[in-house]
Design a protein around this ligand. Sequence first.
Ligand code: FES
Length: 99
Amino acid sequence: MNIKVCVGSSCHLKGSYDVIQSLKDILKKYDVEDLVELQASFCLGHCAKGVNVRADGLSDSMKQKATTLEEDGSIILHNVTKENVEEIFVKEVYPLIEL
Ligand code: FES
């Protein structure tokens, strides 16, 4: 699985850098650093709802467990901040990871 944090100008202004730093700590805390690749992304096209984070590279079983799936089989998480990123990760992403 890849987790891509938007670093487009709008999301950048809303705190992408802090979200990336927090996600690094969270991946370590939940011991999934080897299973998830954290990347920065250009604009994901949902600027009004930033910071946006996209999870892609999902296996079929991950897709089946996802609560909301984009047409291309990815997940896009909206309004992510350094304050809520752990809660969103635990709810939307961690359950999909095959340990
Ligand atoms: S700048 Fe992040 S979605 Fe456009």
